[in-house]
Design a protein around this ligand. Structure first.
Ligand code: SF4
Length: 64
């Protein structure tokens, strides 16, 4: 699994961090998503897919 985030689309809603805090964080200054791990381990795959599904800006893309 490879995770790609689009900072231009991100609206700093933070749902991705709640869904998968080992993979996503937010910048302190503006809340824009920070990708901590672009190749997360298999046990986090479901959480990452969930994060992509609930992101209101569709800013998270997953390449399998
Ligand atoms: S859920 Fe989407 S919009 Fe919200 S911080 Fe994460 S990537 Fe950005």
């Amino acid at each position: 699994m490879k995770v790609v985030v689009d900072e231009e689309k991100c609206v700093a809603a933070g749902q991705c961090v709640n869904a998968a805090m080992d993979v996503f964080d937010q910048r302190d200054e503006d809340g824009i998503v920070v990708l901590l791990d672009e190749n997360p381990p298999a046990e986090l795959a479901e959480d990452v897919r969930n994060a992509a599904a609930i992101c209101p800006a569709l800013a998270i893309r997953i390449e399998e």
